[in-house]
Write a protein that binds this ligand. Sequence first.
Ligand SMILES: CCC(=O)SCCNC(=O)CCNC(=O)[C@H](O)C(C)(C)COP(=O)(O)OP(=O)(O)OC[C@H]1O[C@@H](n2cnc3c(N)ncnc32)[C@H](O)[C@@H]1OP(=O)(O)O
Length: 302
Amino acid sequence: MALCSVGRPLLQNTRHALGWFFKQKQTFCCKVHDSQEEEIRKKLQLFPGGSIDLQKQESGIAVMTVNNPARMNAFSGTMMTELEERVCELETWTEGKGLIVRGAAGTFCSGSDLNAVRAISNPQDGMKMCMFMQKTLTRLLRLPLISVALVEGKALGGGAELTTACDFRLMTSDAMIQFVHKHMGLVPGWGGAARLVRIVGSQNALKLLAGSKKVDPDFGKQIGLVDDVLTVGEGNTLVDTERWLSQFTKGSAPVIRAVKKVVLSGRELSLDEALTTERHVFGTVWGGPANLEALALKTKHK
Ligand SMILES: CCC(=O)SCCNC(=O)CCNC(=O)[C@H](O)C(C)(C)COP(=O)(O)OP(=O)(O)OC[C@H]1O[C@@H](n2cnc3c(N)ncnc32)[C@H](O)[C@@H]1OP(=O)(O)O
């Protein structure tokens, strides 16, 4: 059997990549009824408050709002389980192309609700809560939608982690992102450190985590955490974000979703596995309606 460069048998590699690809394709609805997860879900339900709101628009862009303004949009337990439900809804939204994640009332999110944190401050419950949020945020990042976090006001702790589960981050000119975990005697646990390293590199991740350094828009852009800055007071930030995102979501949903899948496989798989996946994703759009229309129009790229 032929060996690929990383030493994994080629056939095994192909199977792995295809398994990954079809897992992304299938609509997993949605709750994994694993007993540990069910246990943590039940525990999270004991900490109510706020909501995660989802609006799916005809444009193919959905807006997800972290809504708990009395606590600066901190995540209560029920908001964690609602986030999972909304992600599940988005996994089955086949017309979707883009997603905006934002906070209610002009601020992003102040992390986990400290009242809930105090009540479940033993390591076992902490790890279970982290596992639940890691899984949900990984599914969020893997949606076949191009996602952007609109950061207004503050994104602190778990809120900063949530921004890293989106493909892009936009900040208003007065906004701030801060991984405050160290000041709380913690490290990120919602997958935020692993994702941060992939976005800004380990040197910058160390500065942000070990120094709990405040990230304003200029510094954010400099280190590649922030993709663009919206000037406060100049129009409606949500409309501006939709306009910004539409540069990437214009066009046919199957093609936009295919773009996200090939980029995701490039980011998450070995080169051989990513190449296999890319071929298969290519096969889903080759000869498809958008491809045939472009050929019929004799499209030129001047
Ligand atoms: C995954 C790990 C984590 O996420 S650990 C949590 C990390 N987050 C934090 O430590 C945030 C702590 N909060 C703060 O620093 C401040 O409240 C911030 C967000 C800067 C807002 O300050 P400021 O504008 O002065 O408003 P404030 O302090 O009066 O807050 C308004 C009300 O919101 C509440 N609040 C805020 N954050 C949380 C939170 N994470 N959990 C629970 N409640 C929170 C404040 O307690 C305050 O409530 P109240 O009006 O006093 O009843």
